[in-house]
Ligand binder design. Structure first.
Ligand code: SF4
Length: 378
């Protein structure tokens, strides 16, 4: 089933590593919500006849929404689309932006999963990253989530900070596990272009962690998570049995999704069998509101995906997550013979396993995922 995504483009303060679109003020919230209502209503015919089974509020910082504002967005979405009654509804939450009452209100509006952006429990690292909260607020946020009745709580962490030692990362990881999350995402710190972090690196104020050090931290993470009973179901994602993110799993299995808000992306297979489409909204709140004010969709890029693009995405997304069904791929895209031979080599090298025709990377393969995907793609 397809998914819905809503991008809330506000943050209290930008973190130094972040390249997601957001601005550091909520004063434009009312105008944004008017535009969002308009966008959802305009896009409503696209989802005719479909039932959506996941909804994700990302950003930005969706937990800056007052419950009355979230209620308004939920009302627009429910008016325009059919949401499955058991839909997974996730809201990204930043420690320092929520109270028990606010989390309870979100829950009464249908939110049933919180993804809490903690990143680190080390005060020095939190300050370096530019986070707005300290470690105690991060712990409190998870406790509040449980107190408010959330049975599905995910925690986001970042590792491989410049100069980070194994012990420091392991302390953060075990602190997170002590809080008994149902799901954990651990991303290595990426130096994205045009961020304060990239400028610090250019000015030689900090040096990214060497690749070998990062690989060692990743290996350690996989080991700790597996021993703690988590399933490693995507390069950077771990879940207790039954708690995989349905929303992200839908992305990785190439399901359709409709995204709303500045910079949001969509991927959709038209019902008439035409080529699948991808489009992206303008990554600028002023233009987003102005275009919707004129009754136009705020689309900055739209493309029809070619068969080669679709095949490569299927390979890339599958290898990153639960595997690639080689039979399906062969039937749909007539994979060149050397790619099938490569699958055999990967199994022999211990980088992958073949289970019922599905090629799935092992822990060793995950470490080389980008490289392997590049070799497999057509
Ligand atoms: S809170 Fe999240 S979206 Fe906002 S700047 Fe930090 S990482 Fe980016």
């Amino acid at each position: 089933m397809p998914s819905l995504y809503v991008h809330i483009p506000f943050c209290q303060r930008k973190c130094i590593y972040c390249d997601f679109y957001s601005i550091e003020t909520v004063t434009l919230m009312e105008g944004f919500l008017d535009a969002l209502d308009a966008e959802i209503a305009l896009a409503s015919p696209v989802g005719d006849g479909e039932t959506f089974d996941t909804l994700f509020f990302g950003g930005g910082t969706p937990s800056l929404l007052a419950p009355s504002e979230l209620e308004r967005v939920m009302r627009s979405l429910r008016r325009a689309f059919t949401l499955d009654r058991d839909a997974e509804i996730t809201l990204e939450t930043n420690p320092g932006t929520v109270s028990l009452e606010k989390l309870r209100d979100y829950r009464s509006l249908g939110v049933n999963r919180l993804s809490i952006g903690i990143q680190s429990f080390d005060e020095k690292e939190l300050r370096f990253l530019g986070r707005i909260h300290d470690a105690a607020e991060a712990v409190r946020c998870v406790e509040l989530a449980r107190e408010a009745g959330y049975a599905n709580v995910s925690v986001d962490l970042i590792y491989s900070l410049p100069g980070q030692r194994a012990g420091e990362w392991e302390r953060t990881l075990s602190k997170a596990l002590e809080l008994r999350p149902d799901h954990l995402s651990a991303y290595s710190l990426i130096v994205e272009d045009d961020t304060p972090l990239a400028r610090m690196v250019s000015a030689k104020l900090v040096s990214p962690n060497p690749v070998e050090a990062e690989a060692a931290l990743y290996e350690r993470t996989m080991d700790v998570m597996e021993r703690s009973g988590f399933e490693h179901y995507e390069v950077s994602n771990y879940a207790r049995p039954g708690f995989r993110s349905l929303h992200n799993s839908a992305y990785w299995s190439h399901e359709g999704y409709l995204g709303f808000g500045p910079s949001a992306h969509s991927f959709w297979r038209p019902v008439n069998g035409d080529a699948p489409l991808r489009w992206a909204n303008v990554p600028a709140l002023g233009r987003y509101c102005a275009e919707l004010g004129r009754g136009e969709l705020p689309v900055a890029m739209r493309e029809e995906l070619t068969r080669a693009q679709l095949c490569n995405e299927r390979i890339f997304l599958g290898l990153r997550s639960t595997g690639v069904d080689l039979g399906n791929l062969e039937d749909e895209f007539a994979l060149p013979a050397d790619r099938l031979a490569l699958a055999g080599d990967l199994v022999e090298e211990g980088a992958a396993v073949l289970e019922g025709g599905t090629l799935r990377l092992t822990a060793r393969g995950y470490m080389l995922c980008d490289e392997i995907a590049a070799r497999m793609m057509v």
